[in-house]
Design a protein around this ligand. Structure first.
Ligand SMILES: Nc1nc2c(ncn2[C@@H]2O[C@H](COP(=O)(O)OP(=O)(O)OP(=O)(O)O)[C@@H](O)[C@H]2O)c(=O)[nH]1
Ligand SMILES: [Mg+2]
Length: 934
């Protein structure tokens, strides 16, 4: 839907999208049998020679103690020997393939690294892409599989002897054990017990009994029943840096999928082979059962483009669901500290299953005020209000949130921003009080019984809290509500419930078009952008605006009339003087009557010529005077909508009047009249009708529709693409993510943008500049007439350098491109001193703006836009050392704004993926544009 130039400037209106390649073949799985028993479905066509280390399959002697000594595998070579045993076990390198199929007479048994994942389905003929991952299917699977593994494709496996030397990784989380157990009794039938196939680390040089002996003291590291050690897999690649860990091809720039456990990276050709059917999400087959790398927790369930290209929607959904919900990927409780104490399993469950759990919980230190339910990261302001009275963690500490206000809430010293919120809520905070605040927001001072009020009860507190980025209680949960909640939580997967809120801060200097972009977002992303009531209010606002514009026109008419009268009078008096001189000379020559006669005559002549083209009749004049008086007194709003009904005919007459038409022609001279007024004045008669219904465009163009107080919030999700081509899993996933667009007026940020620190948790700043401002002037704070573009630049500088936004991504929206490209043809860009080095070399085959041809040279408008983007980019880079993203937009065009806001989403996605990029990889987005030379 948009085009991005090599230096990262997005042209939101040049709508062209090149989608990812589609139609990648998914290898189908084939059944694997051991002793004619289907045990797995694996993906064929795997080049085992390339990077999968040869495994060892060793038949082990049955042990008298099955729990200590895994049974030997029935390899098929010596079936008689093993079939008699009650169980059989295979010990195999987790990373590898049991390659010695021939040796062991296992022609059909080609265990690839996919086996452990895809082999869990009892439908051996199913494709890897249709494996089911739920517990039930595991239970119904045929064999008991135990995967003990290590990804070390470069290791030399020695022989077909089972060699065991297990590396003990003492690091706690790496040693977690999670096994998949499946009984095959039902299938195997005939009273014979199913063989047990155990995949263990190839370096293990012990049989089962030895393993037990060797690690008996580390009970916590072993799965009780079978005592198989888990070693945290470590990814190493034999290939060159940045290449695929499996085929060693490609470079750092090749798109890759990353294993959530060991960080191994696979190219599109290898990912399915290396990760199999992904029962626990994106993990190498050999990493299944291992806990994920905690730094990747944020990407759980977020599908990559690569996967969605390789698999169909259903498969991707299942994999993502499994990734988020499977046991091995859950947050280890001891990684979460609440009020200074690590949680135990039960506490974590309590926390996660309460009616209002903490969102986005990651390993870390948190504080929890059990009385009010306030919850936050240790040392920080509250981020959420969760269910109160949960028995988790220790008692709250006074310095839990690092407050320094000497005002205490339930024993915690609150932060400055909370104090500000309390003050705005009308809570008396003088004298360093200690409050008790309950979950419903009722509060009292310590030692007193009376409730003094309700913090969140006051009107507008939700907005204040949103502004201050403080949480508000979710809806009170009565017993019925709890029931509904629990019903919902049963039917909606957890990962849908745990949706995060990504905040985008939209700012710009006055008139830059922020309100328009905000309204566009509302129209684009809200199913019902405006309620009936809102539409009614918007209608009144627009009608009131039209009266306002009319008032400015009438004032202008007065002025023009006066000016032209003065001019006429002056002209006449000049003529008169000349005339009198002539007459006097004639008089002297006794040709005419005395001078006085002429004076009277001239006077009477001027009286009869009092009319100018700006003059209106007495009736309209009376109406005009009344309207202006009403407007000046501020009463216009008060007489709505009666004014519309009553005066519409007069307004119509007025607008048709020649004097107003003449005034309108000189509208450029009326400073108070915004350019958008033309759009409404030209349709004023229709708009002032009582049955007028504003269109989307009317709403977009209307002034004063949003945020009279300078702050507006919009919660939305990017909708799924309507077109089939673009409908994909990523879209589905994005449709689940919640975003919040916060629009703040520059005036609302206070002196030195001091309120900006309230927006520390936003994910991105979208800064709006009206491109056509380059030749506009306005009076700045010091009363000096200043170029509006320079004012915009100053505002930009103060936001970029604000400490709150030090590490923040910025998207520059160069807005009003339509007005700009029209203006730049008339008024040189160099009018603005900042752009004095704009000297484009214009080709004689210049395209005009409407041309769709990609071969023609850019228009002057496009060159100007590009130049402007580069100017801002350089400034930003100087100020922050970072890369500025830019998008050129036509604010009144929905597609254009849609493309820009989706660009913002992309940038945030890159941000998420940053840890997966090396510096150089990331820097490909920061190519600086070539400079403009005169
Ligand atoms: N032609 C044109 N007009 C635009 C565009 N974007 C906004 N406008 C108009 O420009 C005017 C100012 O836009 P707003 O969105 O109100 O700008 P703002 O930044 O909120 O300005 P203030 O609220 O006055 O501070 C409105 O009348 C819009 O209709 C655009 O891309 N093209
Ligand atoms: Mg506005």
């Amino acid at each position: 839907m948009c085009s991005v130039t090599e230096d990262g400037v997005q042209y939101s209106f040049a709508l062209e999208y090149t989608g990812p390649p589609v139609g990648y073949d998914i290898p189908r799985a084939v059944p694997i049998n051991v002793n004619n028993i289907p045990v797995a479905a694996v993906v064929p066509h795997i080049n085992f020679q390339q990077n999968i280390t040869l495994p060892v399959v060793k038949p082990l002697l049955p042990s008298s103690d099955p729990s200590k000594n895994p049974k030997s595998v029935n390899t098929g070579k010596n079936p008689g020997k093993d079939c008699g045993s009650e169980e059989a076990a295979i010990t195999v390198s987790p990373t590898s393939v049991i390659e010695r199929a021939v040796d062991h007479n296992l022609q059909e048994c080609v265990f690839s690294s996919e086996l452990s994942s895809s082999g869990l389905s009892n439908d051996a003929g199913t494709s890897s892409s249709t494996n089911s991952f739920d517990d039930k299917s595991r239970d119904e699977s045929l064999l008991k599989l135990r995967v003990s593994n290590e990804l070390s494709s470069n290791r030399d496996w020695e022989s077909n002897e089972s060699v065991s030397s297990v590396d003990v990784d003492d690091e706690y989380p790496s040693s977690r054990v999670s096994s998949v157990k499946v009984s095959n009794n039902e299938v195997h039938g005939e009273g014979r017990k199913a063989p047990v196939v155990t995949f263990r680390d190839i370096e293990s040089n012990d049989d089962g009994g030895d393993i037990d002996d060797g690690f008996g003291g580390n009970e916590g590291f072993f799965e009780e029943e079978e005592r198989v050690l888990r070693i945290k897999p470590e990814a190493r690649s034999k290939g060159k840096k940045g290449s695929c860990y499996r085929c060693f091809k490609g470079s750092r720039f090749t798109e890759k999928e990353v294993c959530l456990v060991c960080d191994a990276k696979y190219c599109i050709n290898c990912v399915l082979r290396a990760m199999g059917s992904m029962p626990e999400g994106r993990k190498c087959v050999t990493c299944i059962g291992f806990p994920i790398d905690e730094s990747k927790r944020g990407s759980l369930g977020k599908c990559s483009r690569m996967l969605k290209r390789l698999l169909n929607n259903l498969e991707v959904r299942q994999i993502m669901k499994a990734e988020e919900l499977c046991e091995a990927n859950q947050l280890p409780p001891e990684y979460v500290n609440v009020n200074g104490e690590p949680l135990c399993h039960e506490e974590l469950v309590v926390l996660q299953t309460c009616s209002n759990p903490p969102k986005k919980m990651k390993p870390g230190n948190y504080w929890y005020d059990k009385v009010s339910g306030l919850w936050g990261k240790a040392g920080q302001k509250p981020s959420q209000i969760i269910s109160p009275h949960l028995n988790v963690g220790g008692p709250i500490k006074a310095n839990a949130s690092n407050g320094n206000t000497q005002v205490f809430m339930n024993g915690r010293e609150i932060t400055k921003v909370e104090l500000r919120m309390l003050q705005l809520a009308g809570v008396q905070c003088a004298g360093n009080p200690h409050f008790w605040v309950n979950e419903d927001g009722s509060y009292q001072e310590e030692g007193q019984k009376n409730t003094k009020g309700y913090i969140w009860g006051k009107a507008g507190m939700k907005l204040v809290c949103a502004f201050l980025s403080l949480p508000v209680p979710s809806k009170p949960s009565d017993s019925c509500g709890e029931q509904v909640n629990s019903l919902i939580s049963r039917s909606i997967p957890d990962y849908l419930e745990q949706r995060t809120l990504l905040k985008l801060l939209l700012v710009g200097h006055s008139g830059s078009g922020t309100s328009t972009i905000f309204k566009q977002a509302k129209i684009l992303y809200k199913p019902v952008p405006f309620t009936e009531d809102e539409r009614e209010n918007i209608k009144l606002t627009i009608q009131s605006n039209v009266y306002g514009y009319l008032g400015i026109l009438l004032e202008g008419r007065d002025r023009f009339e006066e000016e032209s009268l003065t001019a006429v009078t002056k002209e006449q008096s000049t003529d008169e003087t000349e005339h009198i001189a002539l007459m006097n000379s004639l008089q002297l020559q006794n040709v005419l009557k005395p001078l006085t006669t002429y004076n009277v005559k001239v006077g009477s002549t001027s009286n009869t010529n009092h009319q100018t083209i700006y003059s209106i009749g007495p009736r309209l004049k009376a109406f005009s005077d009344w309207l202006l008086k009403t407007m000046v007194s501020g009463n216009l709003e008060a007489i709505f909508p009666a004014a519309t009904r009553e005066y519409a005919p007069l307004v119509e007459e007025l607008l048709k009047d020649e004097a107003i038409q003449a005034t309108y022609k000189r509208r450029n001279e009326l400073e108070m009249l915004p350019s958008v007024s033309s759009y409404f004045l030209e349709r004023a008669v229709d708009i002032l009708r009582t049955d007028y219904e504003p269109s989307d465009l009317d709403i977009l163009c209307a002034e004063g529709v949003t945020s009279s107080n300078g702050l507006a919030c919009l919660d939305f999700s990017y909708p799924q693409s309507a077109s089939d081509d673009n409908y994909d899993t990523e879209d589905q996933h994005d449709a689940l993510l919640r975003y919040q667009l916060i629009s703040v007026h520059s005036r609302g940020l206070g002196e030195n943008c001091k309120w900006l620190e309230m927006f520390e948790d936003v994910g991105m700043v979208i800064f709006c500049v009206a491109m056509n401002d380059y030749d506009q002037y306005t009076v700045d704070g010091n009363g000096l007439s200043t170029n509006k573009m320079l004012l915009s630049r100053k505002f930009f500088e103060s936001i970029v350098t604000h400490p709150t936004f030090e590490q923040m991504d910025f998207l520059l929206i160069l807005n009003k491109f339509d007005l700009f490209e029209e203006k730049i043809e008339r008024v040189p860009l160099t009018q603005c001193e900042w752009f004095d080095d704009f000297h484009p070399v214009i080709s004689s085959h210049r395209s005009n703006s409407n041309s769709n041809s990609i071969n023609t040279s850019p228009s002057l408008g496009q060159l100007g836009a590009h130049y402007m983007a580069v100017k801002f980019k350089r400034l930003y880079s100087l100020l922050s050392g970072r890369k500025l993203y830019a998008s050129v937009v036509k604010g009144l065009e929905p597609d254009s704004v849609d493309a820009a806001l989706k660009y913002a989403r992309e940038i945030m996605k890159w941000d998420e993926e940053k840890p997966n990029f090396s510096l150089s990889e990331y820097s490909m987005y920061s190519t600086e544009a070539s400079s403009y030379s005169p």
